[in-house]
Design a binder for this molecule. Structure first.
Ligand SMILES: NC(=O)c1ccc[n+]([C@@H]2O[C@H](COP(=O)([O-])OP(=O)(O)OC[C@H]3O[C@@H](n4cnc5c(N)ncnc54)[C@H](O)[C@@H]3O)[C@@H](O)[C@H]2O)c1
Length: 285
């Protein structure tokens, strides 16, 4: 095993975007893959090893704080990390709102906190947000955005509910958008905090990407066909297209990129926001 290759953690590596990222980085990095899906994780690790890649794989449930902290302790006990791509997450119709916030937002906050001090200088962290964060940004107040900076506070639930009054956070889509906006807020905070050490923190906001999550959402949410039709590129994205962007953000080619969000959506977010605003204006007039 070459020690000159960077040590990169990929979460959500058993499926979809995380899996594509692991496959993309397999030849250039020493990978640590994690996911709640032990069987899927094992299969991906086996396939990468077969192709000569170096993989450590450890299960972790991102709904469980102790497991996240234990994972980071275990993988950094001997050697620091050079990068992270955090893709583990659940979709708007895959879990209760509480679970969506716990996994997608609190899990990310705990991971970032646990990783403090265990990354090498010049490390790069990439968190997967969503185009849903842009839709949430339309209705989130500045007070709510401020509260999202500290999701691990004991009174976070109470404060965010109050700041989001008038919005039904029991709807999966609203909770998902809030959580994914929170991921961007956390990344921006971490970029400022860690910039002095040369550590870069960025997010990727995918539009519709052809993964098992999206196939699940397509069965449960209305409007996916309309979203595809409104997409300038006229199609869904592929996980490999997100993996290319993640590899860029991890690389020295992106050495001056931090606190940025890369919206990779085939162009769909802007026309969708215009449509939403037009519909809101019509219903209010
Ligand atoms: N597919 C899309 O269109 C799309 C769009 C925007 C954002 N995203 C985001 O991209 C990321 C990857 O999603 P995907 O589309 O590849 O979905 P996916 O379902 O294919 O992969 C998600 C992975 O996360 C894992 N996971 C779920 N809950 C977990 C938990 N509690 N602990 C650990 N691992 C857990 C799953 O086992 C799975 O392997 C997610 O954060 C998702 O919100 C996806």
């Amino acid at each position: 095993m070459s020690t000159s290759r960077p040590r990169i953690v990929v979460t959500g590596a058993a499926s979809g975007i995380g899996r594509a990222v692991a496959e993309k980085l397999a030849q250039s990095s020493r990978l640590i893959l994690t996911d709640i899906n032990v069987e899927g994780l094992h299969a991906v690790a086996k396939q990468i090893e077969k192709q000569g890649g170096s993989v450590l794989h450890l299960p972790c449930d991102f709904a469980e704080e102790a497991q996240i902290r234990e994972l980071v302790d275990t993988i950094t006990s001997q050697e620091k990390l050079d990068g992270l791509v955090h893709a583990a997450g659940v979709g708007p119709s895959q879990a209760t709102c509480e679970k969506i916030l716990t996994i997608n937002l609190l899990g990310t906050a705990i991971l970032l906190e646990a990783m403090t001090g265990v990354t090498n200088p010049n490390a790069a962290l990439v968190l997967i947000s969503s185009q849903a964060s842009y839709f949430a940004a339309e209705w989130l107040s500045s007070a709510a955005l401020e509260i999202l900076k500290n999701p691990l506070r004991d009174d976070f639930g109470e404060r965010i509910n109050k700041a989001c009054e008038g919005h039904d956070l029991s709807l999966g889509t609203e909770a998902y958008g809030l959580a994914k906006m929170g991921v961007r807020v956390l990344a921006e905070e971490a970029a400022v905090r860690l910039g002095g050490q040369g550590i870069r923190v960025n997010t990727i906001s995918p539009g519709i990407i052809d993964t098992p999550m999206v196939h699940h959402e397509a069965k449960h949410l209305e409007g996916m066909d309309a979203m595809t039709q409104i997409t300038p590129l006229g199609r869904w994205g592929q996980p490999a297209e997100i993996a290319e962007a993640a590899a860029f953000l991890l690389s020295r080619a992106a050495s001056f990129v931090t606190s940025a969000d890369l919206l990779i959506d085939g162009g769909s977010t802007k026309p969708m926001l215009s449509l939403q605003r037009a519909m809101a204006n019509t219903s209010s007039s």
